[in-house]
Design a protein around this ligand. Structure first.
Ligand code: NAD
Length: 713
């Protein structure tokens, strides 16, 4: 069966419906392009007057076939595939007969490139419909003529923005840019408008094939674009620190293409496409943010064979920062929420948090008063445990104190049905210990949210020693119900995310004690691709909190008869805390906060270099970056070795979504894969010899290095 169904009407109009067999969505690959080539052939028939290209699926076309791309091993394969697609699209637009893209659903990536090769684009006016070139998010560039056609259709500057930022446009936005020519109400209207366009344009030609073609806004030489070419590369570099080569390749393809004729521009684009497709960065991004994320979404870490569940009524104990955030995201998806605190005021304050977020959304036109009121009506603030009756799930988010947590667990369980699940949002206390307060530890689980809850995409699910599979499955389903991504880990101190995240921050702090200039440390964090530098991050978390957690850990380990190995960074934290510099909440930590005219700025504390004198010889930035990244990757490997982590996908996705581990590296374990375990072990041993045993590579990395293996699920 062909991937494109052709229907020729009595009026000589050919309707081509893309419908890739056996796939939920149309994706661009050999099969789809062969189908389009058949349509082109048919279009050459003198009886055919024009072509409407549409889709029989819910979406127009979702983009390139990543399975096919993953098999390429040589740049020639990427180049040829890209040129092959363009050859078909070129024939489509050069027949001299009108071709209209009838965009019924998302037209993304290669899907939009197909539409751009049509003489007109008409889209259904649905704000959920996405139009765009998101390739850059996976380290790629549009290789089907996207950069060449967009810059000639809407102008170089908008094209650069669409391709380099990768954000979706709504049909209205696309219309405003001239990217689509018309909007339709529904499918019938869409086809009717496409037919009318063809009838009105019996001979169609692309603007770039007209003899007197001019780029809208000028070609790359246009003086008006001078400031763009001088600023865009530095703006992009400031954001990406040069870690995302696709952004540079997109700028080059559009700049160079803007000096050339259309066909030469297409060839240049294919060369840059091949460079992107072969880059380690795109392999890392596709492997983790496409394949591993999809595996997680499909339930790879959810126990199999258990029925899907939904939470209808949720209880939240503690209406503080976390409780209030969890209430908001849950009520947003229609869950009834009982928000409990010790006083009515505290519980009301927790609900007011949702009101604040919703008022802002209404003001910005992102929500309506009706939707806001309906959501707020689902949150019941209370001090009365009896209101928890009928909850399928209760999440505890009270103070980080074992005794208080035990007390609220007992009080809640007294009113809950025996089938209900009890979850703790603790960030540091092992779940197995907290479950001792429960009369049904099999139904006790950790659901570790991140702050701010409404923005952070991850929830770390912690399986205690006694947690059963049914409880895990229900926790997993709830996290997906509220639109977040779950990772599943076994119980341990700091779980996975807090434990590995701490190695990044502490390594930066240890450097300070060695005499590395604080500015170099902070820049190294950003150069490494982390969203925030280590010292600023520690200020955000608060030094006093980290000190408190370290003290608690020391006591717990001592009670188990185990010694504590203190990280060299901890002495620095203690010294700053002794001086009252406990972090952002006090306005003083490694930084002085609240600086600048608007009071929102921050500046490194000038005394820092007196307290920790800067060494005469400063290390290379490369060494600082390696230390920050190796510390994290090695700790993630240890978590896998110890069975804290259950899968490679969870390790990688958890690191990127949980604490922002440099996405272009593909996650904390992919970092080791990309470098090769052998090279990692060699460098880790060098670092261990100079900076301490914390860099000694985990046993499983050494084993992989010996076998020539890599981390995979
Ligand atoms: P918070 O201090 O903002 O809120 C705690 C709330 O619990 C307060 O409103 C308090 O009145 C209430 N509370 C205290 N004792 C109670 C009791 N006996 N019964 C009912 N309510 C009671 O704290 P938070 O930052 O929201 O943290 C809550 C939990 O979430 C802690 O376990 C913390 O470790 C964890 N956590 C925090 C973060 C974070 O970034 N803040 C991230 C992940 C997890």
């Amino acid at each position: 069966m062909s991937a494109v169904q052709l229907t020729l009407g009595d009026d000589g109009l050919l309707v081509a419906a893309m419908d890739l067999p056996g796939r939920p969505m149309n994706v661009v690959g050999d099969e789809l392009m062969a189908g389009i080539a058949e349509a082109v052939q048919k279009l050459a028939d003198p009886a055919v007057k024009g072509l409407v290209l549409s889709s029989a699926k819910a979406d127009f076309c979702a983009g390139g076939d990543l399975d096919r791309m993953s098999k390429w091993t040589k740049p020639e394969q990427a180049f040829e595939a890209s040129m092959g697609m363009k050859a078909v699209l070129r024939q489509l637009e050069l027949q001299g007969k009108p071709v209209v893209a009838a965009i019924n659903g998302h037209a993304l990536g290669g899907g939009l490139e197909i539409a751009l090769a049509c003489h007109a684009r008409i889209a259904i006016d649905d704000p959920r419909l996405k139009i765009g070139q998101p390739e850059v998010k996976l380290g790629l560039l549009p290789g089907g003529g996207g950069t060449a056609r967009l810059s000639r259709l809407v102008g170089i500057q908008p094209a650069l923005q669409i391709c380099a930022e990768g954000n979706d446009l709504s049909p209205q936005q696309a219309l405003g840019l001239g990217l689509v020519s018309e909007l339709a109400q529904d499918r019938d209207d869409l086809i009717a408008k496409a037919r009318a366009w063809i009838a009105a344009h019996p001979k169609a030609q692309q603007p770039w094939d007209a003899p007197k073609f001019r780029f809208p806004g000028g070609d790359s030489r246009a003086p008006a674009l001078g400031p763009l070419w001088s600023i865009a590369p530095s703006v992009a570099a400031a954001k990406s620190w040069g870690n995302y080569p696709a952004v540079q390749h997109i700028m080059s393809a559009i700049f160079e293409g803007g000096l050339l004729g259309f066909d030469a521009a297409c060839e240049v684009e294919s060369r840059y496409f091949a460079a992107c497709a072969m880059s380690q960065e795109s392999r890392n991004l596709i492997g983790t943010l496409w394949y591993q994320l999809n595996a997680i979404k499909k339930g790879a870490s959810r126990p199999a064979g258990l029925p899907a569940s939904k939470v209808r009524k949720l209880g939240i104990l503690g209406a503080g920062m976390m409780g209030a955030g969890i209430a908001y995201v849950s009520a947003k998806v229609g869950i009834e929420v009982v928000l409990l605190d010790t006083t009515a005021e505290a519980a009301e304050r927790g609900k007011a948090y949702s009101q604040g977020l919703l008022d802002k959304a209404v003001k910005k036109g992102r929500s309506t008063i009706e939707k806001r009121d309906a959501l707020l009506a689902r949150i019941t603030p209370t001090t009365d445990y009896a209101r928890l009756d009928g909850c399928d799930l209760v999440i505890e988010a009270v103070f980080e104190d074992r005794a208080i947590k035990a007390e609220v667990t007992r009080k809640a369980e007294a009113v809950l049905a025996t089938s209900a699940v009890f979850a703790s949002n603790t960030s540091t206390l092992p779940i197995t210990g907290l479950a001792q307060a429960s009369t049904r530890p099999a139904q006790f689980i950790g659901l570790h949210f991140f702050s701010p809850v409404d923005k952070m995409p991850l929830v770390e699910i912690i399986v205690g020693a006694k947690t059963d599979d049914a409880t895990l499955a229900r926790g997993f389903d709830f996290v997906q119900q509220i639109g977040k991504t779950p990772i599943v880990v076994n119980d341990s101190r700091g779980f996975y995310t807090s434990r590995v995240f701490a190695t990044y921050v502490m390594e930066g702090i240890a450097m300070l004690a060695e005499g590395v200039h604080p500015r170099s440390i902070e820049v190294a964090g950003l150069q490494a691709g982390m969203p925030m530098p280590p010292l600023a991050l520690q200020d955000e978390v608060s030094l006093s909190l980290s000190l408190h957690v370290a003290e608690q850990t020391r006591k717990d380990l001592a009670a188990e008869g185990k010694p504590t190995v203190e990280h060299p960074g901890m002495a620095v934290i203690r010294q700053l805390c002794e001086r009252g510099r406990i972090g952002k909440k006090a306005g003083r930590g490694f930084y002085d906060w609240g600086q600048g005219e608007d009071g929102h700025g921050k500046a490194l504390w000038p005394e820092l270099t007196k307290l920790y004198p800067t060494a005469a010889r400063q290390p290379a930035q490369r060494e600082l970056i390696d230390r920050l990244m190796f510390a994290q990757a090695n700790e993630a490997a240890r978590c896998l070795q110890e069975g804290v982590l259950r899968s490679v996908a969870d390790a990688n996705i958890g690191s990127i979504f949980g604490w922002g581990f440099a996405p272009f590296q593909g996650g904390a374990l992919q970092f080791i894969n990309a470098m090769g375990a052998k090279a990692f072990v060699a460098r880790a041993r060098e670092l261990a010899a100079r900076f301490g045993p914390r860099f000694e590579p985990a046993a499983n990395i050494v084993a992989l290095a010996e076998q020539g293996g890599r981390y995979a699920d």
